[in-house]
Design a protein around this ligand. Structure first.
Ligand code: E4P
Length: 224
């Protein structure tokens, strides 16, 4: 399973990259705004900076909502760097644009997916990735991971190549549940990824190993 980090924060992207487990980055307009990135030139430079840090794909989302504008914006984003994947919303004009981008060899991430039907449409249009938002579904008492499972079944039934990129991942259990049902990719905040590291028995076990080692070394020095 690939791990993407869901942020536009360069320090966090670098930290995840330095851990050696980062496969890519996803951003959205809210995440860019959170980092105070505004204005076309700053936005472009920020995407380029993200591409310089990571080895993998970088999803850059269009703001446009009409076919012609999505195509123009997406083509400009795709030209910025070979790692850029154009993120397009699951709307009628977006599906049409994904079909167009596919025919031109431009990779896409169909975002704001909340149903298996939407994921089926995105795959038919040839999306490279589809982003079901599992946390936002959980927020409204709907099982987000069950959606990933349904999409996996549908894509397997028909051999769709579109990769399931589980988004709106909020905590380490989401990551594990997505792995169990076969998501191709998860995108999560650094906190959720880093939380996978933690187990109290690891911490206490390591403390014991180090203490035993120190004790043995001290005893050996006394005898020497
Ligand atoms: C990813 O591509 C999405 O934009 C993101 O995961 C949304 O997450 P949120 O529901 O925590 O805002």
């Amino acid at each position: 399973m690939k791990f993407f980090i869901d942020t536009a924060n360069l320090a966090q992207i670098k930290e995840a990259h330095d851990m050696g487990i980062l496969d890519g980055v996803t951003t959205n307009p809210s995440l860019m705004a959170k980092e105070g990135i505004t204005g076309q030139e700053n936005v472009i430079n920020h995407y380029k900076a993200i591409c310089e840090i990571t080895d993998g794909d970088v999803s850059a989302e269009v703001i446009a909502v009409t076919f012609n504008e999505i195509v123009a914006e997406g083509e400009a984003l795709a030209k910025l760097h070979p790692k850029i994947v154009v993120k397009v919303p699951m709307i009628k004009e977006g599906v049409k644009a994904i079909k167009y981008f596919t025919s031109k060899g431009i990779r896409t991430n169909c975002t704001l997916i909340f149903s298996a039907g939407q994921a089926l449409l995105a795959a038919k249009a040839g999306a490279t990735y589809v982003s079901p938002f599992i946390g936002r579904l959980d927020d409204i008492s709907t099982d987000g991971v069950a959606l990933i499972k349904d999409i996996k079944t549908i894509y397997t039934n028909y051999g769709y190549k579109t990769q399931i990129l589980a988004a709106s991942v909020r905590h380490p259990m989401h990551i594990l549940q997505c792995a169990l049902v076969g998501a191709d990719v998860i995108t999560a905040p650094l906190s959720a990824i880093a939380a996978l590291l933690k187990h109290p028995l690891t911490d206490s076990g390591l403390a014991q190993f180090l203490a035993d080692h120190d004790k043995a070394e001290a005893a050996a020095k006394v005898l020497a």
